[in-house]
Design a protein around this ligand. Structure first.
Ligand code: CMX
Length: 135
């Protein structure tokens, strides 16, 4: 795995939270994106080499809605950049981790993504992601 690609934060109200993080980081949100397959609206910030993703649910069935109901707003996942997501998924499976999807799926901000169940990672939901390269 390479560097931490981003930290995902679950929020109730995306508009309000964009405002808060713009003030906090003293930088504008560079992108908002709806990920229909995950039932989330996302907003991205860059600060130095680091990236923050705010996530708000678009439906009560969304993983983000369930997370907020159970734990409240806060850090939802840590995402690591990988060079080859299929190879990394295979490696993690062989190490005994439970992957939450069999195949990589399209995530926000031009990434193929896969999640690792938090039960095997000390209660932290881990995402691995690979940048989609257009030839
Ligand atoms: N971090 C840490 N623990 C979490 C968690 C999170 N983000 N989300 C849920 N959990 C906990 C639950 O509280 C539960 O804990 P307890 O057993 O102690 O009560 C445990 O994980 C398992 O929960 P579950 O009932 O088996 O499953 P849930 O319905 O809560 O689903 C999870 C949990 C992680 C499997 C599900 O949220 C998932 O598949 N996530 C991956 C997809 C996702 O999160 N999408 C949204 C983001 C998309 C994006 O980044 O674009």
């Amino acid at each position: 795995m390479n560097k931490i690609e981003h930290i995902g934060i679950a929020v109730k109200n995306l508009t309000n939270s964009i405002d808060i993080y713009q003030k906090l980081l003293n930088t504008d949100c560079y992108k908002t994106e709806l990920v229909e397959s995950e039932a989330v609206n996302t907003a991205f910030f860059k600060t130095g080499d680091n990236k923050i993703e705010l996530l708000a649910a678009t439906s009560p069935d969304s993983a983000i809605a369930k997370f907020i109901e159970k734990k409240g707003e806060g850090i939802h996942h840590i995402a690591f950049a990988v060079d080859d997501i299929l190879e990394e998924m295979e490696r993690l499976r062989n190490e005994g981790f439970v992957l939450l999807n069999d195949q990589p799926k399209k995530g926000a901000d031009n990434k193929m993504i896969c999640f690792v169940h938090p039960k095997e990672t000390n209660g932290v939901l881990i995402e691995i992601c690979q940048e989609i390269k257009w030839i």
